[in-house]
Design a protein around this ligand. Sequence first.
Ligand code: URA
Ligand code: SF4
Length: 196
Amino acid sequence: MMSLEEIRQNVIDCTKCSLAKTRTHSVPGKGNFHSDVIFVGEAPGRNEDLKGEPFVGVAGKKLSLALEEAGITRDEVYITNTVKCRPPNNRVPNNEEKQMCSNYIEKEIEIINPKIICVLGNTAFGSILGGSEITKYRGKVARKGNQLYFITVHPAATIYNQELIQILKQDIKKLFQIIRELKNGKQVIVDIEFTS
Ligand code: URA
Ligand code: SF4
């Protein structure tokens, strides 16, 4: 099996889709390789593209804030994106880009084998679970095959929205409560089943 270091290097060198031509840096996942949870966003933005690290801009600050309030630091968790290079002008990644990039996230999940995957926003929700209408499904636990998922809003959506930042914070607290229950061997209630 490939290692996360190898995946990281493959992402850095990748030219599989046209986003390679416009990016400054590709953005591999980052964080604790033994994390219980993987956070999955959409695609890098401007700051991430410049730095080569996920969620280092304003949206990243919101995510950090929500983690902090749940008593978690960023280096305890693993953070990545469905697509590893920035789409021009932060447009939503297209199907070809998502498809060409999907094997990286699949491998990250396979290697880390997290207890739960936290899906951040509609694009990741669509790519990973085929879902839509994030506002209807946020705060819920989903299962697809043997993998559990927790669905919440995208941190970028909370930037100018006081209500949504409260929702993100509340959801992240619930997520870590669920993780504690999973670690204690408790049964977690699954709200939605997705067929794989
Ligand atoms: N938004 C994302 O979806 N991912 C990032 O890494 C940063 C902003
Ligand atoms: Fe490769 Fe993904 Fe970047 Fe496209 S977005 S070049 S598939 S790493």
